[in-house]
Write a protein that binds this ligand. Structure first.
Ligand code: URA
Length: 206
C-alpha cells in the first residue's frame, strides 16, 4: 500500500498550531482548509490529463485538461471541513456524502447516511481528518467499492500506525495521503499526540 506523507515546513508549522489545545475553533477550521489544499495537491498529482490546445494572446499553446471524473467523499461530520477546500481546488468534482460515526463504546463504525450517485467517479478522494483505528476508513472504503469505485485515495490530516495497518490489511490498493503519522492510539481510540476530537474542534462542540 502506498502511504504518502506531506513533508513541508509550512505543513509542519500548520500542524503544530492545529494540535495546540489553545488554538480556537475558527483558527482550527482555517488550518484544516490550508492543510487540505496541500493534501489535495499531493493526492492528485498523477491524475490523467488529455491534450488541450488554447490560444494565448500571443500564440497557440498545447496544454492539458483533466481527463478523470473525481468524487470528493467526506465522512460526516469531521470530513466536511476538508470537502470545501478540495471542491475549490477541483471545482468540476462531484461531492458525495457518507455519514459514519464511531460508536464510543465499541469503537466500531455505524453508517447513518449514505448518498452516492448511480455511476462511480474515476477517482474517489475520501476525506476524514483522523485515521485512528481504521474502522471508519475500512467501512467507508467498503461502501465506495460496492458503489464501483476502483481508484480510491484516502486523505487524512493525522493517522495512527494502527489505523494504517488495519486499512492495509483489508484494502491494500487504497492510497493514503497524510499530513503526519503519529505515535499510537490511546485506550479511548484517540491518536497520540494527535489533536483531540477533530469534529468537536472544527465545529466548536467541545
Ligand atoms: N477521531 C478524532 O477526532 N480524534 C482522534 O484522535 C481519533 C479519532
Amino acid at each position: 500500500m502506498e502511504v504518502a506523507l506531506l513533508n513541508h515546513p509550512i505543513v509542519a508549522s500548520l500542524l503544530t498550531r492545529l494540535r495546540d489545545k489553545n488554538t480556537s475553533s475558527v483558527e482550527f477550521r482555517i488550518i484544516v482548509r490550508q492543510l487540505t489544499i496541500f493534501l489535495g495537491v499531493d493526492a492528485t498529482k498523477d491524475l490523467a490529463c488529455r491534450e488541450k490546445v488554447v490560444e494565448t494572446p500571443v500564440a497557440e499553446f498545447r496544454g492539458v485538461e483533466m481527463d478523470a471524473s473525481i468524487a470528493i467523499v467526506p465522512v460526516l461530520r469531521a470530513g466536511l471541513g476538508m470537502a470545501e477546500p478540495l471542491f475549490e481546488l477541483i471545482p468540476q468534482a462531484e461531492v458525495r456524502h457518507l455519514g459514519l460515526f464511531r460508536d464510543e463504546v465499541t469503537l466500531q463504525p455505524v453508517t447513518y447516511y449514505q448518498k452516492l450517485g448511480d455511476k462511480p467517479a474515476d477517482v474517489c478522494l475520501l476525506v476524514d481528518p483522523m485515521l485512528a483505528t481504521g474502522g471508519t476508513a475500512i467501512a467507508a472504503i467498503d461502501i465506495l467499492k460496492k458503489w464501483g469505485a476502483t481508484d480510491i485515495r484516502f486523505l487524512a490530516i493525522l493517522a495512527a500506525p494502527e489505523g494504517i495497518a488495519a486499512v492495509e490489511a483489508v484494502h491494500p490498493d487504497v492510497k493514503i495521503c497524510l499530513g503526519a503519522l503519529d505515535e499510537r492510539l490511546n485506550e479511548q481510540g484517540y491518536i497520540v499526540p494527535g489533536l483531540g476530537d477533530a469534529g468537536d474542534r472544527q465545529y466548536n462542540t467541545l
